[in-house]
Write a protein of this length. Sequence first.
Length: 400
Amino acid sequence: MLGGLKAVVWTDFLQSFVTVGSSLSVIVIGLWRLGGPQVVWQRSYEGGRLELFNMDPSPFVRSTFWTVTVGMTFAWLFSLAASQGMVQKFISLPDIKSARRSLAIFCVGNITMKTVTVAIGLIIFATYHDCDPLTTKKIKKIDQILPYYVMDTVANVPGLPGLFIAGVFSASLSTLSSTMNCLSGTIYEDFIFPFIRENKRLQSRAHIILKITVAVIGLVCIAMVFIVERLGGVFELSLSLSGITMGTFLGVFTLGMVFPWANAKGALVGTMTSFLLMSWMSLGAQHAMAYGSFSFPQLPLSVESCDDFNVTQSYYPKNQAGSQQTTPDNSEVFILYRVSFMLYSVVGTLLVLIVGLLVSWVTGFTDPDLLDQKLIVPFMKKFVGRRLKDRIRPEEKVLL
């Protein structure tokens, strides 16, 4: 955090090995205890956990093929193309070829980690397929299932619980270090530097100001823990809250690069409209879920084989895939609150584009021929007139 971007990159690199190593250890031991991947697959199939192609087009269903594919495409498009942390790392590289190579390596690593985490999830379900620890109150929140699994199944393996804890902390600290580095630089550049522009003495102590900024951000993050623990699951909560800004930022970048006719008024009004509406949707849905008036359907769980628990919850029939799930009645909940949180980034992006273009049309489109061609994506240049094309220098055409 305090050593600049280079320190952040090296920290992330080293911590990734700890995270992957601990996760693979859990997978290997879990498969060995269960009797192999075929047991995991069979129990997951019978329990309805392999719902890969739910083609329901409704935006109100929590997870379908469409909500996951479309929603996560927009979310990752923001993360890779518009988030400051990722862009900061790309522009620190010497050339575009290095940036593409680093992006390819990132994609391989990210797909690997997604595969590992899905495998761990299926192994945990296969282990507790007939005795759910959440139903039996052995854990209070579903987010506690992984630590509980590690301590319940591999606590007798010397060093593995500690390795797992190290992996969890490595993953979280890796994200925090990158985020704090970006936030501190942004806060200094946009909010502090304008006030000390004429003060050379304070400028010479910029590193101290950045360290203090990072410390304050860290304290805020610690304070937020006491709020987050009272809300829903971490995955759903993170996507819901980040969806407020992801769609807005992706929308305004797309508006500027893909639609050169948009003007500043359209971008401003579109951004504010998207931010306010997405905040209303996300916070409203979280409020409804916190008070129990709204919830997404839950897949069935079983306590059939629990020795110390007598109440049997909904249980999937053996040898029958696609078991029924409990469907809560959300008909009285406001319609926007029922939209799947995975689509928040899509809704936010479309709001910026639609409102931004409408306001730009009302207030007068920008003449794209007067813009710097570097601000427009290459495939749009054929739509913006010959004068702009004529101003592109030969070396710039090669880059494009």
